[in-house]
Write a protein that binds this ligand. Structure first.
Ligand SMILES: CC(C)(COP(=O)(O)OP(=O)(O)OC[C@H]1O[C@@H](n2cnc3c(N)ncnc32)[C@H](O)[C@@H]1OP(=O)(O)O)[C@@H](O)C(=O)NCCC(=O)NCCS
Length: 179
């Protein structure tokens, strides 16, 4: 568990998610998907039942190459990050993460804290050697954040998103973990 003081003076807690919190997480996701067009799902499209979410959180908690963390202010879930490592031996050292923060809390440094927690965790595992991410090519806030934290541009995949009749490209970025 990590505590930090946000730009708005409030105390942020970052810690691992617990399977008992799956319904709290699904409530959170229902809010977040209505606030952003930058996710792989829109409103009502997350498509995971509470039962499946319990299994997912439990499986990440057991995995040595997976991580699901929550950002909390008091009891309120205000952000989350999931890193999913590869399952087969040749790709277990690598994985991709996704991140969201509630819109009313954007710009306070919560995204930064979640990513720094993941990078420290990845180093401590001594197993993870590469962190990948994908981001919609016009998601400038997220792109700036990843660049500032030293993720490197790796390529563009065209037409990765199809939203309201339009295609959008995605940028692939990554960070090699060597120490
Ligand atoms: C991307 C996201 C996780 C960033 O979270 P965050 O808590 O706002 O991140 P931080 O505050 O640590 O840093 C974000 C930076 O963007 C800036 N920013 C945040 N909201 C902004 C806004 N609406 N307009 C302009 N700049 C903004 C912040 O000031 C900060 O800039 P800085 O580096 O100069 O301080 C959040 O915007 C989000 O959840 N977006 C919707 C989902 C999404 O896009 N996820 C990523 C998919 S790849």
């Amino acid at each position: 568990m990590e505590y930090s003081r946000l730009k708005n003076g409030k105390t942020l807690i970052i810690r691992k998610a617990q399977k008992e919190e799956s319904s709290k997480f699904l409530d959170y996701i229902n809010k977040v998907c209505a606030e952003s067009e930058n996710l792989t799902f829109g409103q009502g499209e997350f498509g995971i039942t509470e039962e499946k979410e319990v299994e997912f959180i439990a499986s990440l908690a057991k995995a040595d190459n997976g991580l699901m963390i929550f950002a909390l202010i008091g009891d309120e879930l205000v952000g989350q990050l999931v890193f999913n490592g590869g399952h087969r031996p040749r790709i277990r050292h690598t994985g991709e993460f996704s991140i969201t923060v509630l819109k009313e809390y954007w710009g306070f440094g919560i995204g930064t804290e979640l990513i720094k927690y993941m990078i420290n965790w990845a180093k401590e595992t001594r197993l993870i050697r590469k962190i990948n991410l994908r981001v919609r090519s016009d998601n400038q806030i997220a792109l700036n954040l990843y660049k500032r934290l030293n993720f490197k541009f790796e390529g563009t995949i065209t037409r990765e998103f199809f939203i309201n009749g339009n295609f959008y490209d995605s940028i692939h970025m990554g960070m090699e973990i060597d120490d």
